[in-house]
Design a protein around this ligand. Sequence first.
Ligand code: GDP
Ligand code: FE
Ligand code: FE
Length: 197
Amino acid sequence: MTYEKYLDFDRNELLEKLQAVMSQKRYNHVLGVEKAAVRLAGLYHFDKEKAGLAGLVHDYAKEVSDQEFLDLIDRYHLDPELKNWGNEIWHGAVGIYKIREELGLTDEEILHSIAVHTVGSAAMTKLDKIVYVADYIEQNRHFPGVEAAREIAEQSLDKAVAYETAHTVAHLAGKGVKIYPQTIETYNAYIDYLKND
Ligand code: GDP
Ligand code: FE
Ligand code: FE
């Protein structure tokens, strides 16, 4: 897998570009997400190269400054309401514009999966689900419930989306922080997959 079908350079050069914009810890995380996404693609009959690349690039914009995100929201005439949120929400939905500009990645399916990787959506494509779930279960993740999430991901992608979203919503509510409306939409659209447990 060299990713040259989607980029003007190969995977090795992409790895250098990633290392230049993120901490070693986050770099290890994105490598883990790439690996998990390729595995899920194999399990659920999806293009491994597309899944791997989406996983590798999904947090490209995580260390971008708030001011730069606010400028991107203006420059691309994105919903001004986005400005009421923060890096957690911006690095996906706004981050894809930086990824387009700096990596020249234009594949809409990959960009969509990155745009929704944090909050999901009510109508996720298979690639959206693969990236969303891979981000949660990759090998460097250590939190209560991650083992269950990994097991569920082997059985059903939809159920894994439901499990992850339920836990994220509970986690955010427990912390007393605002929940992005699209996260709630994802929760409502997928929660029934957790029935009969
Ligand atoms: P990461 O980028 O690999 O750390 O993972 P994510 O992109 O999935 O999540 C980034 C952060 O956003 C995490 O701290 C989540 O808990 C948080 N997050 C996820 N959904 C929401 C939401 O709806 N609202 C808020 N405020 N934060 C969220
Ligand atoms: Fe992220
Ligand atoms: Fe991530």
